[in-house]
Ligand binder design. Structure first.
Ligand code: IPD
Ligand code: CA
Ligand code: CA
Length: 262
């Protein structure tokens, strides 16, 4: 099957599972919340959504293994893998906030070749496949063209369990407050990246992320004309637990700002 067709089927599946999550959000209660580790929450909704996604993705492209947050399926060591976060933004979801997403990427063993981020609360589905451009609800999207950091709106994820870079991170934030229009903490890295891809945010940075948080969104940013990198140029932004994403127009200023602290 062609990549474009795989992508369209994945969009359909993400929308279906997103509809399940939307229904569950109105009935989920504090009793449904489990704590996996410090501030890392999960409920039956994350697990059931992942079960449904893995079943569906096996039908779409059976040769790929799975790297999925809640541990469903087996990774394929030498070949293709689906990289799945069934519910990115679980804390928002469990607190009744609308910013959460389904995030699905396809990795061919060397690089990401397709990504889908469905922001459930906004009913906006972002997707891209290698060489095909990036879209939101079937309309083409591009990163921001604003060339000045001083006119930019940035996004980040605050540290919530890994505090070893706290001082440097807070110093970076202080400088961002002074040099940009502002910084948002949306609560879903997948949505942060989708918003960079469509130009709502000019840039995004965060550390201690997992591949399922960023693989799909990073691919969509690149297909929308933007760039992603790790803080250290030799590190990998998908598997290396640190990422900066941005439009090329503010590349120099933003990369210099972030890497001078982190
Ligand atoms: C989290 C969200 C959040 C980011 C965290 C992620 P989860 O994913 O993407 O924005 O700051 O680092 O772990 O736990 O909601 O799937
Ligand atoms: Ca996540
Ligand atoms: Ca998750």
């Amino acid at each position: 099957m062609k990549l474009e067709a795989i992508c369209k089927e994945t969009v359909h599946l993400a929308r279906e599972v997103g509809a399940y999550m939307r229904r569950e959000q109105s009935v989920v209660t504090a009793a449904d919340v489990e704590t996996k580790s410090l501030n890392s929450l999960v409920s039956h909704v994350d697990k059931e959504a992942e079960r449904r996604l893995v079943l569906g993705l096996k039908n779409i492209y059976p040769d790929a293994g799975f790297i999925a947050e809640e541990g469903t399926g087996e990774p394929n060591k030498n070949g293709a893998n689906w990289i799945v976060d069934p519910l990115d933004g679980t804390t928002n979801f469990l607190h009744g906030l609308p910013e959460y997403a389904v995030s699905i990427a396809l990795h061919d063993g060397e690089k990401v070749i397709m990504g889908v981020v469905y922001e459930v609360g906004q009913n906006e589905c972002y997707y891209a496949w290698k060489g095909g451009g990036a879209f939101c609800n079937d309309r083409p999207i591009r990163v921001s063209t604003n060339p000045h950091l001083s006119d930019s709106l940035l996004a980040t994820g605050f540290p919530y369990y890994d505090f070893h870079k706290m001082e440097a991170y807070l110093n970076l934030l202080r400088e961002c407050f002074q040099k940009t229009r502002g910084v948002r903490r949306w609560g879903s890295a997948a949505v942060d990246l989708a918003y960079v891809a469509c130009g709502r945010f000019d840039g995004f940075f965060e550390y201690s992320l997992n591949p399922w948080d960023v693989a799909a969104g990073a691919h969509i940013v690149e297909e929308a004309g933007g760039k992603v990198r790790a803080f250290t140029p030799t590190n990998d932004p998908i598997f290396g637990r640190e990422i900066i994403a941005y439009s090329s127009a503010i590349e120099e200023e933003l990369v210099q700002l972030v890497t001078s602290h982190l």
